[in-house]
Design a protein around this ligand. Structure first.
Ligand code: UDP
Length: 239
């Protein structure tokens, strides 16, 4: 008998940096293709997948090139950067045999369709991968918050926060060899231990909605699949 996935619908948060691979900025094609293969694997299990994509590989509103710029203007640039990443990701998905739909929180109709919740739900039910672009559509927020928001809106069972490390550790595993991975934690424990898992707004939203977060490695082959199969992979943060 075939094992059934533990989750029906998930919201995957990919940072812009995740698309860079080992490059310093921009989009690394091989990296994106590898990531899409992992996503294709779980859609074949019947899992409905929505993605919120970041933009930090192209532009970050709060730092770098934006110094001296009006914060809101810089943030709009950051949101537009996520649209570029979303287009690249959806293109790679389509080439990999998935059907992807990009929905933007900012009106940019000639490029991608606007975010309309019932439409997103319909696409997911049809087995399409929905890529949410432009974050929340508001400056002063992040794509982590967009992940929490869209995750709650679409009734995702889990927010998957993809990182380079395979979970949350007691200390930085790159610096401290005695660091151990938390298999699971409550939101309150994460706050008490000051483990910066997502920004505070995103974290508060997930906590209020009792929407669990799983931190896992997107660079570890098969990790995404193990997560949706309910295996002990990464770190689960729950209410
Ligand atoms: N951003 C924003 N509102 C949002 C989401 C993103 O203003 O709802 C801007 C913000 O400037 C941010 C940039 O877009 O720095 C890129 O998003 P983020 O830093 O979350 O991307 P990631 O770190 O995941 O690559």
């Amino acid at each position: 008998t075939l094992a059934k996935p533990a989750h029906k619908r998930i919201l995957l948060k990919l940072s812009g940096e995740a698309l860079m691979g080992d490059d310093q900025f921009g989009i690394n094609r091989a990296t994106i293709v590898r990531m899409v293969e992992e996503i294709a694997d779980i859609t074949r299990l019947g899992v409905e997948v929505a993605v919120v994509i970041g933009g930090g590989n192209i532009f970050r509103g709060v730092a770098g090139g934006s110094v001296g710029m009006d914060r809101a203007t810089a943030d709009y640039m950051g949101m537009l950067a996520t649209v570029m990443n979303a287009l690249a990701l959806a293109d790679a998905m389509d080439k990999q045999g998935l059907t992807a739909r990009v929905m933007s929180a900012i009106g940019i109709e000639q490029v991608v369709e606007p975010y309309v919740r019932p439409k997103a739900l319909q696409y997911l039910e049809e087995g399409k991968v929905v890529v949410f672009a432009a974050g929340t559509g508001n400056p002063f927020f992040t794509t982590d918050t967009a992940a929490a928001l869209r995750g709650a809106e679409i009734g995702a069972e889990l927010v998957l926060k993809a990182t380079k490390v395979d979970g949350v550790y007691t200390a930085d595993p790159a610096k401290d060899p005695t660091a151990t991975r938390y298999s699971q934690l409550t939101f309150d424990e994460a706050i008490t231990r000051n483990l910066g898992i997502m920004d505070a707004t995103a974290f508060a939203l997930c906590r209020d909605q009792r929407l669990p977060i799983r931190v896992f490695s997107i660079v570890k082959p098969g990790a995404l699949k193990r997560v949706v199969m309910g295996e002990d992979e990464g770190t689960l943060v729950y209410a």
